[in-house]
Design a binder for this molecule. Structure first.
Ligand code: IPE
Ligand code: IPE
Ligand code: MG
Length: 240
């Protein structure tokens, strides 16, 4: 079971397209399968006591993909937020979003607003869905909000530190303890750059639709064996 040492897991859910292509299916079939995997993983995460789960659902750069794929994903998001996530809400999950609102379709924005509203009083765990998201863009938005507070005098120069600056991010979440990226690539692809600062990183060959709750358990078990030093030295352990 999870304790205070592990508050926040983030997942780059990559490999849906390759999963489908390997089965001779359209990429959309991979996204559908990935959405079912997300439901299973989020359910498991709340069951084992995780408080914060962030997932990369759609990057701002993903708008470079074909209109067909982007539209499929947007329709799938609507279906997830209006229907498929109902069980997650019943489990006490609060859904929040990170990312830019500009550029998203009105029906997608409505579905997002709706699930945020319906789940706002849930307090068992928070699912942060990063949609139309970019890490650099989030930092710029945070700087703009901070600047407004400086100009209005709400905060003074020197008052904000690296921990309290998170209040200006899209959501004020604890730092990420574990980053998981499925789908073979070893990169962060502009994901939660501020929040990842001391995250333990796990890069899996497994394609996201094949990711299982047991794999999540194995990663958590490994995490509990890691000595996190945050730049310091454990003098009890070190010989010199
Ligand atoms: C991740 O899977 C989902 C999104 C980016 C929306 P991909 O669609 O990137 O799958 P691959 O990497 O092409 O296999
Ligand atoms: C990252 O995956 C974005 C999501 C999982 C939503 P990409 O497939 O877009 O990233 P790159 O292009 O491999 O870096
Ligand atoms: Mg990919």
């Amino acid at each position: 079971m999870i304790d205070d040492k592990l508050k926040h897991i983030a997942i780059i859910m990559d490999g849906n397209g390759r999963w489908a292509e390997a089965r001779g299916k359209k990429r959309s079939a991979g996204h559908k399968a990935g959405s079912e995997t997300l439901e299973k993983i989020a359910t498991h995460a709340v069951d084992i006591g995780l408080k914060y789960l962030s997932v990369y659902a759609f990057s701002t750069d993903n708008f470079k993909r074909s209109e067909e794929e982007v539209n499929y994903l947007m329709d799938l998001f609507i279906e997830m937020f209006t229907k498929n996530f109902e069980k997650l809400l019943d489990k006490g999950i609060k859904v929040v979003f990170s990312g830019a609102k500009e550029g998203l379709r009105a029906d997608v924005l409505n579905a997002m607003d709706d699930i945020v509203e319906r789940s706002k009083n849930n307090n068992k765990a928070t699912l942060n869905v990063c949609l139309n998201y970019g890490g650099r863009e989030e930092i710029i938005r945070a700087c703009e909000r901070y600047h407004e507070d400086l100009v209005s005098g709400k905060v003074k120069k020197g008052e904000i530190n690296r921990d309290t600056f998170t209040r200006y991010l899209d959501n004020d979440l604890p730092p990420i303890d574990i980053l998981i990226r499925t789908g073979k690539e070893k990169r962060v692809s502009n994901f939660m750059l501020y929040e990842l600062y001391y995250a333990e990183m796990y890069f899996l060959d497994t394609l996201f639709p094949d990711f299982t709750p047991e794999m999540l358990d194995d990663i958590i078990a490994d995490f509990y064996g890691v000595e996190r030093r945050f730049g310091g030295i454990n003098y009890e352990k070190s010989s010199s």
